[in-house]
Design a protein around this ligand. Sequence first.
Ligand SMILES: [Zn+2]
Ligand SMILES: [Zn+2]
Length: 913
Amino acid sequence: MKKVLTGAEIRQGFIDFFVQRGHTVVPSASLVPGGDQTLLFTNAGMVQFKDVFLGTDHRPYTRAVDSQKCMRVAGKHNDLEDVGRDDAHHTFFEMLGNWSFGDYYKKEAITWAWELLTDVWGLDKSTLWTTCFKDEKGEIAADEDAAKFWHQQPGINPEHILYFGRKENFWEMADTGPCGPCSEIHIDLGAEYCDKKDVPGHVCRVNGDCKRFLELWNLVFIQYNRLGPTALEPLPATHVDTGMGFERIVAVLQGVYSNYRTDLLMPVMETVRELCGQTPEERDANITPYRVIADHSRAAAFLIADGVVPGNTGRNYVCRMIIRRAVRFGGKLGLNKPFMSQVADTVIQIYGAAYPELRRNRSAILANLTREEERFHKTLAEGVTQLNDLLAGVKSAGGATLDGRKAFELYATHGLPMEITRDIAREQGLDVDEEGFRQAMEEHRAVSGAGKAFGPMGGEDVDTFRAILEEMMKEGKLPSGTVAYDPYSSLEVEGEVLALVRDGISLNEVTEGNQVEVILPKTCFYVEAGGQVSDTGKIVSMQEPGWEIQVEDVRRPAAGIIVHIGKVVKGNPRIGDRAMASVDAHRRRDIMRNHTATHLLHAELHRVLGEHARQAGSLVAPDRLRFDFTHPDAISPEQLDDIESGVNRDILEDYRLKIITKPLARAIEEGATALFGEKYGEIVRTITIGEGKPLSYELCGGTHVQETGDIGLFIIVTEGSAAAGVRRIEAVTGKAAYELVRHRFSTLKQTAGLLASSLEEVPGKTKTTLDDLDQARKQAQRLRQELVSAEFDQKLNNVAQVNEIPVLAMVLSNADAETMRQMTDRFKQRYPSGVVVLGSAVDGRPALIAAVTDDLVKRGLQAGELVKTIAQVIGGSGGGRPTLAQAGGKDAGKLHEALDQVLPYVKSKLTAK
Ligand SMILES: [Zn+2]
Ligand SMILES: [Zn+2]
């Protein structure tokens, strides 16, 4: 009997098979697509190679093999609703692929696919079917080559080679661009897999609608460039792009009917089962929550490893939503305390070897999950109760859909994501207006001033600049088609003014006072990237009559175009004028100090806190640097001191920075730090600090000092929380650090002057002074109390009588609430039956207190009512128990007047009985 391969062996087997055939192993790209604003998550193997097919990116290899992490949870390809309901859908999955960039083509792709499936993995040839493209409209040539090569495969059943049309077998990237026919391999799992046997007219067939035939592998042959709806031109080079759903092939090779029963997900479900204490039979009878939790905890672990933490917008929202969705399904299994970190730990065990980022970020993954679960548990019950009320309302009104705005309110107040609201609504046969939810969310975001929740940013005047660029290329002014960009070698550059744009219109001449955008053939101005802000400076004419433009910003509206934005402060600049552009050198040097210091800070955070403290955001400005990083807890003052002094030690070592460009793969292999969400080309710029095993080794396009000593001094100004699981440090260097120190010194000197002490004695002297002050306050308080009691005792000997009951009403000077209470006690010790009402004002705020002995309460005299009545005089109110009550007020001047009412009040109450 053949040994059953593990999932890890199958993944590795695929990669090894193609490596033996000259392919380079390319690591999976991050789930966060680099430099692609239009895509929420990497959703196919294609994503990291898109630019290669478009011809704008070149790789040092022509054959590649990979296993790509993919996420389909939002947008067009959205499987979320199906996850849990069946055996095949996932939010996160892996896609195996082999790639040819202008290298081998259909013959090899088909031969190898057959060889791997049948020879290496031993699938029964008689169960395999293949499909080729034949255009149902007859406009595009049928892919007879592919069919021919399939026929040549050993042992293939010729009747299993079928033709299909555009929907199944023609692949397009977009409305225009690379496209071509594809060829698929399907497997017949056997008649017992058909789930439509009882449906009249059902035919079991490839690309049919039952579960008997399963698509295993799609081979895409890119051979055309689509110019329009009907126009195709052949590409000069042809490519191969293949994709095989990893979970699916593992299920087939392990002979299990469900992706969830493979060794990729079964152990995860087993962890869930152990946590809730069910038997395997109970699990199988109620499998949906198991599948949802297994799928979502795997997806969440991979997301957090790629730097996506739970939050309110975009990717972060998705991370939050899937965690919360899993938590709700956990509730169905009786898991009412945080459990996902234990489930995710199993995921890390299964996937950690193939995806080491999971191991590196284990603590961040577990901590983020637990924190998010705790947060959700606080509001879940209340949210669900309120939702059930709303749904009951919809039903009783005869409706079928919950208002989207109400669904959004549930999210805003109880943290119930729309997807969970939808789950619950559907369990009751209702639906949710998702469009309305999205609208309400966008409106809320607009009001709260945050960025857009979904979709691309857009809004750039890209077309104007593209037109200008084309014009310039036609005139031969910009032969390369791009503005040369070199912010590294010089702070000055000469060139001819190529374009002047004002309010989106290209002009020949602009005048003094105009706000303009200027294009030169090359620039030394840094364009904001990687957190480092853009340069400012000036552009001046090199000929008579002179002119000058003050450059306030630089931007890149589209690839290849760099625009200087500024104001004409002198003269009338014209197209064709020779000009000198120069960066504000002082400002730039301050920026460079902060950028290099940022790298040192990042390195010291790793040393002091651990490798999990990864960059989550960065600002490198002239006056300060701001660095956000993932770390679950607050940072102690000792750790902060350690980090700050570490950076200063690195500065004093005066390391020379090594700035080298090299292939990305080599840099990554050497352990260079790459940032999530950044797109890197094949050749990258690396910054190394430190000798031997470097202190810091980062991929970075920013500008840096030559030696760390140039930074001067580094001081952390603040440390705090930036978001859940993310800390933020702000710091200053160089001049700003000196200014800060000087300012703090001068404050210290002033303090020393006031204390008449030396600088060193300030803390000791301050402490003594504060102690003295404390003593003096206590003494003053004691004296005041003594005075008050003396005053009170005098009166106590001389109390008025109402109906033979002693009643004392008096104003005490400067007595606080506590003192007044003590005085009422003293009154009651002296008179077992009686009424005492005291008033006093401290700092102009009047207060009253009234005490009535029990026997008089029985006779209808209530301290609460009494104090409430007389407090009206001082413009206040109050209350309390029948025996003791107090009140505050506004008008201290009327205290006497208020107390004068006590005797008449008591008299009226007692005689009324
Ligand atoms: Zn069927
Ligand atoms: Zn950097």
